[in-house]
Write a protein that binds this ligand. Structure first.
Ligand code: SER
Length: 373
């Protein structure tokens, strides 16, 4: 298993699914189109809901994407753990009434074991407790039965608010017993750090309604999601999403600007602040370049909060003066090729970031004067 950079991994995934008849689409914008149920796109499948529901005809029944996503539910945990972040990229292959479990499972296995050359012994699938069909397909694909875990609704039934949902099969990477809790029943789904879930194959069959009911969709679909940062960290033999190559470039920039040192094993103090700045600055840039402006409500407030938290943590690190626009240049260097939209309005976005940063810095300065007094 060769260490691969995040950019190479993204390309390998998308071209593998192109070779299986999928149409590669650009990432959809972070602002949901015609969907009031979401503030921001939070999963690869979110912009594709009309195709799952049969409301619109997809450009092809098989599609693959790398979707930019933002989730802020756990914003207070960012920097304090190896996994939490707000902005992330989600790789996915999707079927709208076309292939289903019989193809999705062997293709996932082929990609992991043949393309990425991950040793089979490190991979553990889980299936929904009632889904014997998925279990048998995994066995037929070559996974020993005893390495497949049945899990309940909390782990293996995927839904996010109203919309398309269904039972799922997740794939875990075994980081080794040294990361485990040592309990006799430690396995996929355990809370400890040994088994890392990185790919979710959702067998999207139902349409969750606001009233809780769950009618069947007009056709059976497939929705998969693989967190690119997490997968890159696994491929690079790193423990945390933040320690993969792309995030490390942003963390190094934070180190240079602040003069502080990052410690991958420290989840407090300067290392926590460096992670927060790396994560939030990237999210801020992507959000503004998708047309969101800082404000006091909805997604505009989410943006303002991310930007202000980044500035605040800059202060905690002792950075004097504006620094956030420097991260824009680094994100461009790392991600501009994959997301050409970033490069279209760099000067405009920098101006918006700089003026919001200045306003908030003044507020912080006034607060400090007030506290000093
Ligand atoms: N929708 C599933 C997820 O977000 C798989 O794409 O995990």
């Amino acid at each position: 298993m060769e260490p691969l950079s995040l950019n190479v991994l993204r390309e390998k995934y998308l071209s593998f699914f192109e070779s299986k008849g999928h149409l590669r689409l650009e990432s959809f914008p972070l602002v949901p189109q015609n969907d009031n149920s979401l503030l921001l796109i939070n999963a690869g499948m979110a912009p594709l809901k009309p195709y799952f529901k049969g409301e619109r005809v997809p450009p092809r029944k098989r599609v693959t994407t790398c979707q930019k996503c933002v989730r802020t539910l756990d914003i207070d945990n960012v920097g304090k753990t190896s996994r939490h972040g707000t902005f992330f990229e989600m790789l996915g292959n999707f079927s709208f009434g076309d292939y289903f479990k019989e193809e999705a499972i062997p293709w996932a296995w082929e990609f992991l074991t043949k393309v990425l050359e991950i040793p089979e012994s490190r991979l553990y699938p889980s299936v929904y407790v009632e889904d014997d069909e998925a279990l048998e397909i995994w066995v037929k694909t070559g996974v020993p039965r005893e390495r497949i875990t049945k899990l309940g609704k909390d782990d293996n039934f995927w839904e996010i608010g109203a919309g398309p949902c269904g039972p799922c099969s997740e794939i875990y990477f075994d980081r080794g017993p040294e990361f485990g809790c040592g309990k006799p029943d430690c396995g996929p789904g355990c809370d400890c750090d040994r088994f890392l879930e990185f790919w979710n194959l959702v067998f999207t069959q139902y349409d969750r309604q606001e009233d809780g009911s769950m009618p069947e969709l007009p056709h059976r679909n497939l929705d998969t999601g693989m967190g690119l940062e997490r997968m890159a960290a696994i491929m690079q033999h790193k423990t945390a999403n933040y320690d993969g190559d792309l995030m490390q470039h942003l963390i190094k920039l934070g180190e240079e600007i602040s003069g502080k040192t990052y410690d991958a094993d420290d989840y407090s103090g300067a290392s926590r602040s460096l992670r927060i700045i790396a994560d939030h600055s990237r999210g801020v840039y992507f959000m503004i370049s998708d047309g969101i402006l800082p404000g006091n409500e909805g997604r505009e407030y989410v943006l303002r909060r991310l930007l202000r938290r980044a500035v605040f943590h800059g202060r905690l690190l002792g950075i004097e003066g504006a620094f956030l626009t420097k991260f824009i240049d680094e994100v461009n260097a790392q991600m501009g090729e994959a997301y050409p939209e970033l490069l279209k309005n760099v000067a405009l976005v920098k101006g918006i970031v700089a003026s919001e940063e200045e306003r908030f810095s003044t507020t912080l300065d006034n607060g400090r004067v007030y506290l000093d007094e």
